[in-house]
Design a binder for this molecule. Structure first.
Ligand code: HEM
Length: 397
């Protein structure tokens, strides 16, 4: 009999893993047959995300500061942050809003004359790719090349990844680093108005970050900004089409879309599981996780933990509204962007893109409907989302 977590990994359960997460939470910390530990309660996950005995080093196939620990992590993140802006509202991201709206408008204009599209391939994939390319100064024409590398890297993430998949991910990371070597050279000589140009021409950053570190961090940003926002936009439209009253409010109320995106990060998050390594014995909820063990933090189970948030299986954007008399800031927090020192670097961009995307889709698609529910899902249990989202409509406004 497979363990509950092994059932989570089974692609057959990808469309609705939430009943399994409920089962997982009946035992807050489980030891799996492979010796790893699975943690599913909100407060335990938050505790581990802030615990210096819990490491991100060698835990991931990803490179760059996401797989380092403090103090090295904080040094690298601060350097990458220098030309980004204040954490919550980076000036560089705010400046991108008109551009993002133009990209979204162009993509939806492309639906003219059609009565159905695949919201993944025709919309949710091209938007974040364009956005991250603009932020970093990566030519969009190179997309077909790094698309293949990005796919290989994502396949290598997570407990389901075979040794072969991890090897392919390593090779793809090396290819991507080679690609960035050339691109950074170009930016050094002819800088543009983008983050990588700003970093590469800043002598303080160049002195403080080795060329290898810079390549790894540039690759990290490209990949992290590539594969996650696709799923937030797709999960977002899927959820709104299942909740027509919310879709109707998104059409008219710019404040409501902000709450909606927050609730989506809790209710249907793109990142379901994070991996860490115990550097020391860690006692948690009556279990000792031994030094050296792999720890899997099931973020998506923690964000629906009824000990943290009331009525967790209800999609309720209003729960994030600070103007409501029963608003509770602590309960409104979720694990959609992780937590602790590794809290998502790209969160402001991901939020802005998804807010613009959902608003414009809601405003402009006439009478949108799902063609199939549930849609087909990608097999990946860590970065979870539909492979396709076929949507039909009566035209474009
Ligand atoms: C970290 C989620 C979009 C860049 C993280 C983490 C999560 C996450 C859960 C924590 C990883 C860990 O602790 O091991 C998401 C989601 C996104 C998104 C759900 C979209 C909806 C982006 C974008 C970028 C980005 C657009 C790039 C601009 C990063 C980076 C880290 C990170 C660099 C590592 C931060 C660190 O280690 O200090 N993200 N992310 N993410 N994310 Fe995102």
């Amino acid at each position: 009999m497979p363990s509950v977590f092994e059932q989570v990994l089974d692609p057959a359960n990808r469309a609705d893993p939430y009943p399994l997460y409920r089962q997982l939470r009946t035992t807050p910390v489980t030891r799996e047959p492979d010796g790893s530990y699975v943690v599913s309660h909100y407060r335990d996950i938050v505790a581990l995300l802030h615990d210096p005995r819990v490491s991100s080093r060698d835990a991931l196939t990803l490179r760059g500061f996401i797989s380092t620990d403090p103090p090295e992590h904080d040094r690298l993140r601060a350097l990458m942050n220098r030309h980004y802006g204040p954490p919550a509202t980076p000036a560089r991201i705010a400046r991108m809003a008109p551009d993002l709206l133009a990209v979204v408008t162009g993509l939806i204009d492309g639906f003219t004359g059609r009565t159905g599209v695949d919201l993944v391939d025709d919309f949710a994939y091209p938007l974040p790719v364009t956005a991250i390319c603009r932020l970093l100064g990566v030519p969009l024409d190179d997309e077909p090349r790094f698309h293949t590398w990005a796919d290989a890297i994502v396949e290598g993430i997570g407990p389901q990844a075979t040794d072969d998949a991890r090897r392919r991910a390593d090779i793809a990371f090396a290819d991507l680093a080679r690609y960035f070597t050339g691109l950074l050279d170009t930016h050094r000589h002819t800088p543009g108005d983008d983050l990588l140009s700003a970093i590469i021409t800043d002598p303080d950053v160049r002195d403080a970050m080795s060329p290898d570190e810079l390549l790894a961090n540039a690759s990290l940003l490209l990949i992290a900004g590539h594969e996650t926002t696709v799923n937030l936009i797709t999960n977002g439209m899927l959820t709104l089409l299942r909740h027509p009253a919310a879709l109707e409010r998104v059409r008219h109320d710019p404040d409501f879309v902000i709450l909606t995106v927050e609730e989506l990060l809790r209710f249907e998050p793109p990142v379901h599981i994070l991996v860490r390594r115990a550097l020391d014995d860690v006692d948690l909820d009556g279990t000792t996780i031994p030094a050296g063990a792999t720890i899997r933090l099931v973020l998506a189970a923690g964000s629906r933990d009824p000990d943290h948030v009331p009525d967790p299986d209800r999609f309720d954007p209003d729960r994030h509204d600070p103007r409501r008399p029963d608003f509770n800031a602590r309960q409104s927090e979720h694990l959609g962007f992780g937590g602790g020192v590794h809290h998502c670097f790209g969160a402001p961009l991901a939020r802005l893109e998804t807010q613009i995307a959902l608003t414009e889709l809601a405003r402009r698609l006439r009478n949108p409907r799902l063609r199939t529910d549930p849609p087909p899902y990608r097999p990946n249990p860590v970065l979870r989302g539909p492979r396709n989202l076929p949507v039909v409509f009566d035209g474009i406004a």
